[in-house]
Write a protein that binds this ligand. Structure first.
Ligand code: NIG
Ligand code: FE
Length: 424
């Protein structure tokens, strides 16, 4: 039995057949064998007060506590025959954009590659021209509507990047939309990342653009406290490892923590640049080399894998098994964006991780909860079901947690609870 002291429980989840806690073992991201440990509790009960988890325990200890103190349980959900997990944390998205790219998608289906389309003026550049024309209010409305889709399939915390403005005015416009989204009606946690270095905009040289990122955008963004993280797309025709190092160094001076898009199509030294600047996560990794896996081995930098991109662009999948075998903590995210992965569905990503990355159900659950929390520096607040943490919970009508990936493409979530509030 675990019990935190004086409280007035509001919400009771009782008779939870399987409670997947994903609890943190040692205050580090889960790597190696630990990636496979979910700390499952059977026939458990859970009390929530003021948005936090107050009690987890057996029927007997629950009865004792309810008897001893005069608690007022205002809402009760019987979870017999159900599975409860932490809310999913989508630690890599490009939520704020206007315009869609279904025409490019059709071109790809007909045989063109993502890079060919980008070289012909499509790709990121086409979304940038749409975003520049969109007002703050328009971008806000579109993004908030998209949030409800994330909730449907279990996302309760979401990281959101800028990167479709590519000039000071428009990057700040996106980041202000992200800031405003923190007040979203669902109460989702929104975590902002500055990705000015997503591409070099038309009309500027790379040198000029990097200068504007370093000396104009970063100081302004820091002053308005618009971003916790700074991200760079380290890739051929985008930014190389020297550019990355320079942008990270500037961001760090202003208190931003590095994240990186790297090794998606080419391996050009992004992982080493990221490690040198103590990046919190290295994301993508479709073409990650063994020598870089060795560099990541044993460290707490999260490898955030985005198998939805591999699926949608029909490119290689990430070496999850090698990463886990080499003690690299793995997280999974959607990379929700209009070009390389237009899905909000974390369960789809979990299915791909199972079938394509050969991850176990347990490894996957840790990858979308506690390890993802580490990737966005929220490990003390969310990512696992533990006393004192935010009550971000999912209830599934399934006989075993293994059904989340087994019964693929079916959403078995009956309730989504965010900070103790039932939002679905
Ligand atoms: O994470 N890799 C770079 N950026 C996005 C794709 C952006 C786009 O195509 O609009 C990604 O995959
Ligand atoms: Fe991305």
């Amino acid at each position: 039995m675990k019990y935190r002291g004086n409280f007035t429980p509001m919400l009771l989840l009782k008779n939870i057949s399987q409670l997947v806690t994903c609890s943190n073992v040692n205050n580090f991201p889960k790597k190696g064998k630990e990636q496979n440990e979910i700390n499952l509790r059977l026939d458990s009960n859970l009390l929530v007060d003021k948005g936090r988890i107050e009690f987890i325990g057996s029927q007997k200890s629950l009865a004792k506590i309810l008897k001893k103190k005069k608690f007022k349980v205002t809402k009760e959900i019987d979870c017999k025959g159900k599975v409860v997990t932490p809310g999913f944390i989508d630690s890599h998205t490009h939520l704020v954009f206007s315009g869609n790219r279904e025409d490019e998608y059709e071109m790809r289906i007909a045989g063109k590659t993502y890079q060919e389309i980008a070289a012909a003026g499509g790709g990121i550049a086409s979304t940038v021209s749409s975003v520049r024309k969109s007002s703050f209010n328009n971008l806000y409305k579109i993004a908030e509507k998209r949030l409800s889709k994330f909730i449907e399939t279990g996302t309760t915390t979401i990281e959101v990047k800028s990167g479709y403005g590519l000039d000071t005015e428009n990057e700040i416009k996106i980041l202000r939309v992200i800031k405003e989204l923190k007040k979203n009606k669902f109460g989702l946690d929104i975590i902002p990342t500055f990705l000015g270095a997503h591409a070099v905009p038309k009309g500027a040289t790379k040198k000029q653009y990097i200068e504007s990122i370093c000396y104009e955008m970063i100081p302004k963004i820091a002053k308005e406290k618009l971003a916790e993280f700074i991200d760079v797309f380290c890739e051929v025709n985008y930014f190389d490892k020297e550019d990355t190092a320079r942008i990270f160094s500037e961001g760090i001076k202003f208190g931003m923590i590095p994240k990186i898009h790297t090794d998606q199509f080419n391996s050009i030294g992004g992982v080493r640049a990221a490690l040198k600047h103590r990046a919190i996560s290295v994301d993508h990794l479709e073409v990650l080399k063994d020598k870089d896996i060795k560099k990541l081995s044993g460290k707490n930098t999260i490898a955030t894998l985005l198998p939805g991109v591999s699926y949608f662009l029909d490119i290689s999948y990430q070496p999850a098994r090698k990463l886990i075998a080499n003690n690299v903590p793995v997280a999974l995210a959607t990379d929700f964006n209009p070009g390389s992965c237009p899905t909000q569905n974390m369960q789809m990503i979990m299915s791909l991780a199972s079938i394509q990355l050969k991850m176990t159900a347990e490894e996957i659950l840790n990858a979308v909860t506690i390890n993802a929390a580490y990737a966005v520096n929220r490990q003390n607040k969310s990512g696992s079901i533990e006393i004192g943490k935010q009550a971000d919970l999912l209830i599934f009508d399934i006989p075993s947690y293994k059904f989340i990936t087994y019964n693929f493409a079916v959403n078995n979530i009956t309730n989504v609870i965010k900070k103790g509030r039932i939002i679905k």
